[in-house]
Design a protein around this ligand. Sequence first.
Ligand code: NAD
Ligand code: TYD
Length: 352
Amino acid sequence: MILVTGGAGFIGANFVLDWLAHGDEPVLNLDLLTYAGNLENLASIENHPGHRFVRLDICERDTVLGLLREHRPRAIVHFAAESHVDRSIHGPAAFIRTNIEGSFSLLEAAREHWGALPEAEKAAFRFLHVSTDEVYGSLGPADPAFAETTPYQPNSPYSASKAASDHLVRAWHHTYGLPTLTTNCSNNYGPLQFPEKLIPLMIGNALAGKPLPVYGDGLNVRDWLYVGDHCAAIRRVLQAGRPGETYNIGGNQEMTNIAVVRELCRLLDELRPDPAGPRSRLITHVRDRPGHDRRYAIDARKIAGELGWQPAETFASGLRRTVAWYLDNPGWVERITSGRYTEWISRNYGAR
Ligand code: NAD
Ligand code: TYD
């Protein structure tokens, strides 16, 4: 079996669902269920014999170690994190705790468990750390895309905390020999993404006839990858990645934010016309995010060349699937956008 952390969040839940759809190896899913974790994401596998969910903070090292000893997973796939840049600006402490201390705690539990395994199991064991392209910092318009050799220059509390965890993973391999793998992926989008992130937030606001808050001039560039392609890349790295290596994962789909929002408006106008007029009328430029990285781009030639992974979706096909999913699942959005979500929206957007 494999152990997944953060498997009730956006990418983790997509990964667990994909994993069980692609084979019969069981998953032990550890998640604290913060505001971003949602058991409804896993409702379709509630009674699946291959899925066991445990509500747990990854900082609880002894309990994690007990679970590792009890279940003897052959791999840990570590998604659990605080993941939203804007939240890290308002309150960095949770990012330091989960992303740095939590990853440290998980590495230590893994090291203790792994060190006591028989040689064959020890050699086959993997610790796959899921990270982000944001650790590399910000690119100018003509700079080459981030490669695995690009120096780390994190700029936000979020990316600094992820960079710190990447360094810990690297050191646990280098010093202790723990068979680690690290993936650095660009911006994901797709079903089950919490509507604090650009794409689901804009879909929700557009459907409600609310302003579409574009930070600054809207010309910041991100590379976008459909979440199912990210899950496939992680499965492939787990299967054939070389221990101690890092792999950049991207979609080769660089877009400015304003272009993403305009495309969303166009798709929504097509699929769910608004009698009041085109959704692009709702676009509103608001005060920029402090320290806003200008451009991210991923050079994914290593994973393509070594492991043969390529994204299956284009931005156009993936965005259409995503919009269709949000249109088909208004209840999912409604249930998570009550209460604390409203507080976050007024905190982040109230003074912009
Ligand atoms: P998310 O915020 O949707 O989900 C995070 C999950 O981790 C939630 O289920 C939450 O309950 C859980 N969690 C948080 N703190 C925990 C703790 N202390 N113990 C146990 N569980 C805890 O995040 P996501 O977008 O699914 O991102 C998953 C991972 O992928 C993160 O490590 C993130 O840095 C990385 N990543 C995300 C993106 C992206 O575009 N979303 C891109 C590249 C990499
Ligand atoms: P986000 O989804 O928060 O991902 P990240 O900051 O990790 O790349 O934001 C993607 C881009 O969209 C980023 O440049 C910030 C911008 N953005 C807005 O313009 N308005 C918004 O309301 C949000 C949430 C993001």
